[in-house]
Each structure stands twice: as structure tokens, then as C-alpha cells.
Design a protein. Structure first.
Length: 645
């Protein structure tokens, strides 16, 4: 059984000391021992525990064995995802103890803690908070503010705060639990280390998180054995930390171990299995292993729908993960459908103005932008920003996420005057909330640098890119893919300034990092390859440029299909290699194909279609085919709103 479920029993023991031997308890003890042994071996123990409950019901009304039996049976039902039955038993145990012992007894706090933890795992935050608070108040009054019995409810309360995104409150509760546990002389429980490490992880405080999560995993293994369900939780958290740092080879076996334990220990419908599957699916997504990602993400969605219902918030998250994969695959219509369903669930569950809704609106806005639906994208991002500002206040770090989304939308449209103040505000908010050396601050610096770079303000862009690069190298290591991406941006900046000799080393390093992290055929390799190819083109190293573009094109087509918009972009740059050499016959089919892809994906009046028409017309004029070039130029002018001939 998960150590999480045994916390209520541990709390009882901590509060009262050893239970006295009770006359007539032999049959009950036999049933309880058999039930617990079966749980420890991962077998169903319902029959023996039901027998223990039946035996306990024969005792006096104030006998502690009935609520204890009910609590252990409830924990089994929680493991089996029989949540309604579990809740009834937890509540009955609480009622029995309150009637027998009064509302201020430490055993009542034990039952409150068990019920609160059940509610927390079900996402019923308000109900959980009320019971954790009451349990703590009982224990502080009855046993004192430094008693070891406070550790479990403080840990549960910290985990609840973390689930709600209240990280300072979570850290305070967990640090208090850690201090009490260390003062008691027994050392901190693995659960405290696990939850505190996970709070640091989700805030990007990786250096603080890793030793705590490593200690938590060892402590939980020592306490419950290598196959305890809590070991799976800690392994999943440590894997997520490594995943976030781009240490995919280290993360994957830990996810696999967590999944294997949970599949043996818990019901196939348990949402904790879906959590690990979601993490594993997003890892495979990042690695470009799309078939494996889809299998994991689909299974996670199915588990959550069966266990929690089609309208639960965790179902919305599963839909969003699958939508992200679809977007990467270029299946934008499917991605939009999934995100719209996620949005409907969230609006139904928490209302139209909840911060959860803002996250999905930003995802939808990004999808609209990729389809050239800029007005729809702007409306979605503006609504998300307004929701976050109202719900969280204008200085909250999540507001910065919406500012980034809206600012990068304007950047994509070359609306630099609109983009820059938003991205500056985002950077300032993150610096104030997270400090100047946080990875999220570096990400905002990259966005602002790109605004400057695309306007030709190279002297302003370069220090921002270099600052972000230094932050990423210091915080997540010199081989992280974020470092690779920033090196690619820096190399592009140097290329735009025609500093080709300086551009090549960072681009080569970016390529090496992405190849090592993702493999030589992953789409993350395409950016550095294409920038290197363009450097080679400008240096008239045409054979190297052609080889790099061919490789980039093959990777893009294999990953996303021959009609993906990314393929069109590569084709236009590849055509320039031939155009520079006067090889018009080889350039023309590339441009024809790029034009067809963009017209099909974006519609005939998109700005990118105009750019392709202009490049194609220039090729035709260079080939002396002016009559064919003129209508293409006229069409491009019409798209851009210029005068017609």
C-alpha cells in the first residue's frame, strides 16, 4: 500500500503511542494482519479487511479498532480507484471517532488527515484544505506546535498548496514539516522530501530539487521496499526533473520504473498511472518519437476519462497534451478540436475567468497563429491576459506567460512596436518574481532579443542572447537543448549581420547539442542545419549548403509529412542556393512546391504566400521570363494591399 494511505495510521500511533492489547481482539488482529500482508504484496485484500470491519463492529462504540479498520479498507479502495466507496469509509471512520472521543481528540485529526488526503488526490481542494486546517489545529492545541504528529498533515497541506500553484505557501508548510521531522531525531520522512523537492522542481529550482528528490527516493525505498507505490511517485518526480533539464536518457528509465510499479500496485484505472503516462508521452514527444508519444497520451486520456469522468480538469490536461502532439505533427485542425474540448471542460468546471482557462486560450491562440488566423489568435491571447490580470493581479508571473504569447504573436506579424512593450513587461515581471538568473527570465530575454534582431537592432539583441545563454548554461547545464536553441538564435543573429565566420561555431555547437539530445533525425536539428546551410550559401560553399538543406528537408518531411509548412520554408531557402548559382531549372520546382504547400495550408491571401510569389517572380525575371513573372508580382502586391498594375 502507498505510504500516503498509511499516514493516518502513522499519525494515530504518533499521537497515542502503542495501542494496548484488547480482549477479544484475536480474530480482528488476524484479519487485519492478513489484509495488511496482502496489501504489502500487491494483492487484493478486500475480503480479509471486510472481515476485520465486521469483527470490529462487535466491539464497544468507543473501541478504536473500527475506525482503524475502516481507514485501512478505505485506503485499499483508493488504490483500486473505488473513490466513492473510499470516501464513505473515511467519513464513517471520522464520524465514529468524533462521537466516541469528541471533536478535539488527536485520533479525530488522524481521520481528518486521511479524508483530506483523499480529497486532495481527487482535486477537491477546498474540502481538503478545510480538513487539513482542522487536523492541524487539533494537534497544535493538544500536542504542541512542534510535535511529530504534525508532519503528515503539514506535508499534505504543502502538497495541496503546490497543486494549486501556491508555491511560497507550499514551501513554508513543507519546510516546517521538515524542521519538525529533523528535530524529532528520526530524520525526515521520504514524503516530506518528495513534496518539497517537487515544489522546487516546478519552480525551475533544479539544483535545490535534485538532491531532495534523490534522498526522497532512497528514503521511500528503505521504508516501503523498492516496489512501494510511493517509490513510484518519487521516481516520477525525479524523472520529471531530469526531463525538464533535457536529460532524457536518465529520465526515461525512471518513468518506466514508476509506471511498472503503479501498474502492479494500483488499479488500471488509477489516475496516478495516467500522470506517469502523460509525462512519458511528453518525453517521447520531445524526442520526436511520435508513435510512442501518441500511444502513451491516448492511454492517459482514456484512464482519466474512465476514472474521473469526461468533464474533469485532468481530462482537459490530457486533451491539451494530445493537442500539442497534433500541432507538432502539423495536424492543426485536430489540435484545435482537442484544445476546444479542453477549454469547454475547464469553463464548465471552474468558470470562464479561471487561470486554467487562460492556459488553454494561449494554446488556442498559438494554433490560430500557425494557421494565419491572426485576429482569432489575438482575441484568444488578449482574453487569456485579461483573465490572468483579474484573477492573479498584474504582477503575477503567469501574467508574463500571456504577455509572451501576445508579444510573440505580434513579432510573427512584424508588429514590432506592439510586441516590444509586452515582452519588456514580461521580462520585468519575471525578473521581479523569479530573480535575474531564472531560466524563465532567460526565455523572455530571448523573445525580446528576437524583436530587436528582426528589426535590425543587432547591438541590442546580442547582449540579451548572450545573457540568456549564460543563464541557461549555469542553471541547466551547457548541453541542455535550451542552450542549443539559444546558440541557434545567436548564430542566426551573427548571420544576419554577415558575421559568417563568427556565426558558424555557435551553430555547429547548437547542432551537436540537439543531435546528442534528440538524435540526428529529430526536427530540433533542422534549425541549426538550416542556419548553417544559409551561412555556407553566403560564403559560396554551395556544395555544403546543398547537403545541409537536403538533410534538413529530409528530416522535416519524415517527421511531419511532405505538406508541412516547415517544409515550405526550407524549400524557399534551398531554392536560393540554386538561384545564386543561376541554376534556375533546379530552383523552380522547389518554389512551385513551396507555393502549393503554403496556398493549401494558409489560403491564397496569406503574407507568406505573397513572399513566395515574389521570390518565384524574381527567379522568372532572372531567367528572362518576364511575361510569366508579371502576374505573380501583381498577385503578391494585391495580397499585401499594394497598387495593382
Amino acid at each position: 500500500m502507498s505510504g500516503r494511505r498509511w499516514l493516518a495510521i502513522a499519525l494515530l500511533g504518533a499521537a497515542l503511542g502503542p495501542a494496548p492489547a484488547l480482549a477479544g481482539g484475536t480474530a480482528w488482529e488476524r484479519h487485519m494482519a492478513a489484509g495488511r500482508a496482502a496489501l504489502d504484496q500487491g494483492r487484493l485484500a478486500e475480503q480479509r479487511l471486510l472481515a476485520a470491519v465486521q469483527e470490529a463492529e462487535r466491539f464497544l462504540p468507543d473501541d478504536p479498532r473500527l475506525p482503524l479498520s475502516l481507514t485501512v479498507l478505505a485506503a485499499l479502495y483508493d488504490e483500486q480507484a473505488r473513490f466513492a466507496e473510499a470516501e464513505r469509509l473515511y467519513q464513517r471512520a471520522l464520524d465514529v471517532r468524533e462521537r466516541a472521543l469528541g471533536p478535539a481528540h488527536p485520533d479525530v485529526a488522524a481521520s481528518l488527515h486521511a479524508l483530506a488526503t483523499h480529497y486532495r488526490r481527487r482535486g477537491r481542494s477546498t474540502e481538503a484544505r478545510l480538513r487539513y486546517d482542522r487536523a492541524l489545529a487539533i494537534l497544535e492545541r493538544g500536542l504542541g506546535p512542534g510535535h511529530a504528529a504534525l508532519v503528515p498533515p503539514l506535508t499534505g497541506l504543502g502538497a495541496l498548496y503546490a497543486a494549486q500553484g501556491w508555491y511560497p505557501e507550499a514551501e513554508r508548510a513543507l519546510q516546517r514539516a521538515l524542521a519538525i521531522a529533523e528535530k524529532s531525531g528520526d530524520g525526515p520522512p521520504g514524503q516530506v522530501l518528495y513534496h518539497l523537492g517537487d515544489v522546487y522542481r516546478v519552480q525551475g529550482r533544479y539544483r535545490e530539487a535534485e538532491p531532495l528528490l534523490t534522498r526522497a527516493l532512497a528514503a521511500l525505498e528503505a521504508a516501503g521496499g523498492p516496489d512501494a507505490a510511493d517509490v513510484a511517485d518519487a521516481a516520477n518526480a525525479l524523472a520529471a526533473l531530469l526531463h525538464a533539464q533535457g536529460r532524457y536518457a536518465e529520465a526515461e528509465p525512471l518513468y518506466g520504473r514508476a509506471l511498472s510499479i503503479l501498474e502492479r500496485r494500483r488499479s488500471a484505472r488509477d489516475p496516478s498511472i495516467a500522470t506517469v503516462l502523460s509525462n512519458l508521452g511528453t518525453l517521447h514527444h520531445a524526442q520526436g518519437r511520435h508513435a510512442e508519444a501518441e500511444a502513451a497520451l491516448r492511454r492517459a486520456l482514456e484512464i482519466r476519462e474512465r476514472a474521473l469522468g469526461r468533464w474533469h480538469l485532468e481530462v482537459a490536461q490530457a486533451l491539451a497534451n494530445l493537442a500539442s502532439l497534433r500541432a507538432t505533427q502539423g495536424r492543426l485542425a485536430e489540435a484545435e478540436r482537442l484544445q476546444r474540448r479542453a477549454l469547454e471542460i475547464q469553463e464548465n468546471a471552474v468558470g470562464r475567468d479561471h487561470p486554467h482557462v487562460a492556459v488553454t486560450l494561449n494554446h488556442l491562440g498559438d494554433l490560430f497563429a500557425r494557421q494565419g488566423r491572426y485576429a482569432d489568435a489575438e482575441a484568444a491571447h488578449r482574453r487569456a491576459l485579461a483573465i490572468r490580470e483579474r484573477a492573479l493581479g498584474p504582477e503575477h508571473p503567469e501574467v508574463a506567460q500571456s504577455l509572451d504569447s501576445l508579444g510573440t504573436l505580434y513579432l510573427d506579424q512584424t508588429r514590432f512596436a506592439d510586441a516590444e512593450p509586452l515582452l519588456r513587461r514580461s521580462l520585468a515581471l519575471k525578473e521581479k518574481a523569479l530573480g535575474p538568473d531564472h531560466p524563465d527570465v532567460a526565455a523572455s530575454a530571448v523573445h525580446l532579443a528576437t524583436v530587436h534582431a528582426d528589426q535590425g537592432r543587432y547591438a541590442e539583441a546580442e547582449p540579451l542572447y548572450r545573457r540568456a545563454l549564460a543563464t541557461f548554461e549555469a542553471r541547466v547545464g551547457p548541453e541542455h537543448p535550451w542552450v542549443g536553441s539559444t546558440l541557434n538564435n545567436l548564430g542566426r543573429l551573427l548571420r544576419l549581420q554577415e558575421r559568417f565566420a563568427e556565426a558558424e561555431p555557435p551553430l555547429r555547437r547548437a547542432l551537436a547539442i540537439q543531435e546528442t539530445t534528440f538524435g540526428p533525425e529529430h526536427p530540433q536539428v533542422v534549425g541549426p542545419l538550416a542556419n548553417l546551410a544559409t551561412v555556407y550559401r553566403h560564403q559560396r560553399r554551395y556544395a555544403e549548403a546543398e547537403a545541409a538543406f537536403r538533410r534538413a528537408l529530409a528530416i522535416q518531411e519524415k517527421a511531419f509529412g511532405p505538406e508541412h509548412l516547415g517544409v515550405a520554408g526550407l524549400l524557399t531557402y534551398f531554392a536560393l542556393v540554386y538561384q545564386d548559382q543561376g541554376r534556375h531549372a533546379e530552383a523552380e520546382p522547389l518554389l512551385r512546391r513551396a507555393l502549393a504547400i503554403r496556398e493549401k495550408a494558409l489560403g491564397p491571401k496569406h503574407a507568406d504566400v505573397a513572399g513566395t510569389l515574389e521570390q518565384y517572380a524574381a527567379l522568372l525575371r532572372a531567367a528572362g521570363r518576364d511575361a510569366e513573372a508579371a502576374p505573380l508580382e501583381a498577385r503578391a502586391r494585391a495580397i499585401r494591399g499594394g497598387p495593382r498594375d
